[in-house]
Design a protein around this ligand. Structure first.
Ligand code: NAD
Length: 263
């Protein structure tokens, strides 16, 4: 085994020990935890921003311009089609196992794919900062519609109707550029970041704010900060442990070590 592999193994053991000894662990996930499931992240080559113009998908464009709205729905039609059969991967299942073992207090996620729920983590322990793509909501009265009904309309080439309760605009329940984050999820995520003693970031570029303030907030409040990513991130310099690797591979080894107490 090479020296580099040895040090990675030591880091995996180190993370397992930290998880086992932690009083309260918050795991913060980004698009990188879902790439192994086949959902592209935004910033890696071939990611979504290589294929769509982010300005076209902004909230101000959506609410003010019917053409942008139509493009937005086409984006979602494609996204739903790509993601509807996607399954959780080893990294999601590792987090579900950590919850079963009693070593995870909460997941704060920037992801909108619902894969943490699908892997088996309890919904009340998951805080979705950027919403969930499997719901459509009225922007005025918050009435909920199922994604599949709207998807069928789009597949038939029809326009998305307005809200049947109040005539407001319907939009997937995800946060677009220029749109506020869901208040309760953000408030809870801040509270959890301030009081946890271990904050583990998995597969996030840590450049999308305000979500990326949370690791800094946790660190400033006294938590140990661990970052797992296949690339360097801007917060590596303040982290107590940085593991460079694939989320599925690393987290399955980490959880096995926690389970067997091999650290
Ligand atoms: P990002 O695209 O900015 O960064 C993803 C990070 O994950 C990168 O740093 C990349 O190096 C790393 N990565 C990719 N695959 C990995 C793997 N297998 N193992 C370890 N690291 C890996 O994503 P972000 O930080 O979450 O921010 C982007 C925004 O995009 C979020 O707001 C999120 O809502 C949204 N988004 C969500 C999904 C999803 O729900 N699955 C997918 C794309 C984008």
């Amino acid at each position: 085994m090479t020296g580099r592999d040895d040090s990675k193994e030591e880091k995996i053991t180190d993370l397992a020990r930290r998880l086992a000894e932690s009083r309260e662990t918050v795991i913060f996930t980004g698009a990188g935890i879902s790439t192994e499931s086949g959902i592209a992240d935004f910033r890696s080559p071939g990611g979504i921003w290589d294929r769509f113009d982010p300005n076209e998908l902004s909230y101000p464009s959506f609410v003010s311009n019917p053409v942008s709205r139509r493009n937005y729905w086409q984006f979602y039609r494609e996204y739903w089609k790509e993601a509807r059969d996607v399954e959780p991967n080893r990294a999601h299942f590792a987090l579900a196992k950590l919850e079963d073992l009693g070593n995870l207090s909460a997941i704060v996620t920037q992801n909108i794919d619902g894969l943490h729920q699908k892997a088996g983590n309890s919904p009340e322990k998951i805080f979705e900062l950027h919403g969930n793509m499997w719901e459509v909501r009225c922007l005025s009265c918050n009435d909920i519609y199922t994604w599949n009904d709207i998807f069928q309309l789009l597949e038939e080439g029809k326009e998305v109707h307005s809200c049947r309760q109040c005539g407001g605009l319907l939009k997937p329940a995800t946060v677009s550029f220029g749109q506020s984050l869901p208040e309760r999820a953000l408030r809870e995520a801040q509270r959890l970041s301030e009081r946890c003693d271990l904050f583990l970031c998995i597969g996030s570029s840590l450049v999308v704010y305000p979500a990326a303030y949370l690791p800094e907030q946790a660190k400033n409040s006294g938590a140990k900060l661990v970052i797992l990513n296949r690339e360097p991130t801007p917060l590596d310099g303040i982290a107590d442990l940085v593991i460079s690797g694939e989320a599925g591979d690393v987290m399955s080894q980490v959880v096995k070590a926690v389970e067997t107490r091999s650290f």
